[in-house]
Design a protein around this ligand. Structure first.
Ligand SMILES: N#Cc1c(-c2ccc3cc[nH]c3c2)n[nH]c1N
Length: 242
């Protein structure tokens, strides 16, 4: 997968040299480049923002640098990337969207700052490539960089070979529409607290049932909205009894 990121704070992405993302870059699974938007400005102050038409607080990111940046990163001889624009007004970023993005050959992230990017940048880009405004959640950040770090981590861990134990992907929260069950490791008793006996029973059928029940109960208590969204086909009669 190729990933390009455009930001006025390229140093925000230094952490992408670390850990599993760093390894994915080193082995070629992920080809990532970070670009400073100011490289596409032409004035002495390298200006990227201006006052909003119609008035209002703050500044808006100018379209010209963005237009030149997106042109430079989407050469006509290559298939267009999917443009992702973090925004409080975006569609929710979910595990399902992470899987969708993990199947894309080329992602291009546009990190806004100030009050956001001039809308015409997105409108014009949409004439040449798929554009998705995406939001991490219902709160407001200073800019898109943190969102890109989150999205990139969620997507990269889904790429083949990145996670040493691909089995993790099948049992984790949101992998099957539920929150994951509680996890335990040694010692068997810690500060007087024992590991649930079933997990030490060696009875894999009982263990699987216990984990499913715990996942259903935990999801019902913490995220009833997820239960409401579950495909009834994914439940069996034992789930109903839980
Ligand atoms: N994704 C996302 C966001 C943002 C966000 C994204 C981009 C910019 C550019 C200026 N301010 C921003 C806030 N706030 N909250 C979210 N869930």
């Amino acid at each position: 997968m190729r990933v390009d990121i455009v930001s006025i704070f390229p140093e925000y992405f230094a952490p992408l040299d670390l850990s599993l993302i760093g390894r994915a870059r080193a082995n070629g699974t992920l080809r990532l480049a970070v670009h400073d938007l100011r490289g596409w400005t032409h004035d002495v102050h390298r200006t990227v923002d201006d006052t909003p038409y119609g008035g209002g607080p703050g500044m808006v990111m100018r379209p010209e640098p963005w237009g030149e940046a997106l042109d430079a990163l989407t050469p006509a001889e290559l298939p267009p990337p999917r443009l992702l624009v973090p925004s409080p007004a975006g569609v929710p970023f979910t595990q399902a969207l992470a899987h969708e993005l993990a199947a894309e050959p080329h992602l291009l992230f546009a990190c806004g700052r100030y009050e956001g990017i001039d809308q015409r940048v997105l409108d014009h880009a949409a004439t040449r490539m798929p554009v998705t405004e995406v939001s991490l959640g219902d709160y407001v950040l200073f800019g898109g960089e943190v969102a890109v770090l989150v999205i990139l981590e969620a997507v990269t861990r889904l790429l083949p070979g990145v996670l040493g134990n691909a089995g993790s992907l099948t049992e984790e929260s949101h992998a099957h529409g539920l929150l994951e069950a509680p996890m335990y490791t040694k010692p068997a008793t810690w500060r007087g607290l024992p590991v649930p006996e079933v997990l030490r029973s060696g009875d894999h059928g009982r263990i699987a049932r216990w984990r499913r029940d715990e996942a259903l109960v935990r999801t019902g208590r913490r995220r009833p909205d997820m239960l409401a969204g579950l495909d009834p086909q994914s439940l069996d009669k034992r789930d109903v009894a839980a």
